[in-house]
Design a protein around this ligand. Structure first.
Ligand code: HEM
Length: 119
């Protein structure tokens, strides 16, 4: 696969992760017993599968371009781990859900910044 195709896959994974997190946060804001909600399963599937696609496509691009392991890549891995855990925090800390939403957006911005400018 080409670098460009990996990048498109990377974006597909990103769309899955962020749409799932949006669902998770809205559910947290609305309240109720999350275990009773049928949409929860799909949220978990798109979140998990999206994270996997983001990671595999990210490393695909690194391999194709021969970037190695510079600081910005490590920063992106930190963002990836944070986006993996933050949905569970949103589910438990309902009073912080809006703040977590903003943090999710900032994490996306940071990840894009790191990839684009490679500081
Ligand atoms: C969910 C977290 C992530 C988000 C939101 C994200 C976002 C982005 C975005 C928006 C771009 C396009 C930048 C541009 O074309 O200017 C990009 C490119 C890239 N990302 Fe990620 N990314 C994430 C995680 C990762 C991870 C974990 C890795 C490494 C394993 C990674 C490696 C890369 C690479 C190598 C590029 C291409 C940079 C280039 O065009 O030279 N990303 N990412």
């Amino acid at each position: 696969m080409s670098f460009d195709f990996y990048k498109l896959l990377h974006f597909l994974g990103i769309f899955m992760v962020f749409s799932a997190l949006g669902g998770q946060i809205v559910q947290s804001l609305n309240g109720g017993d999350a275990k009773q909600m049928p949409g929860r399963k799909w949220m978990a599937i798109f979140h998990g599968l999206g994270l996997l696609i983001v990671l595999v496509a990210g490393f695909g691009m690194i391999a194709k371009a021969g970037y190695g392991f510079p600081g910005w890549v490590i920063g992106k891995l930190v963002v990836w781990v944070a986006l993996g855990g933050i949905g569970a925090v949103a589910a438990r800390k309902r009073n912080l859900a809006v703040l977590i939403w903003v943090v999710v957006l900032l994490l996306g911005f940071i990840a894009a910044y790191l990839a684009h400018y490679k500081p």
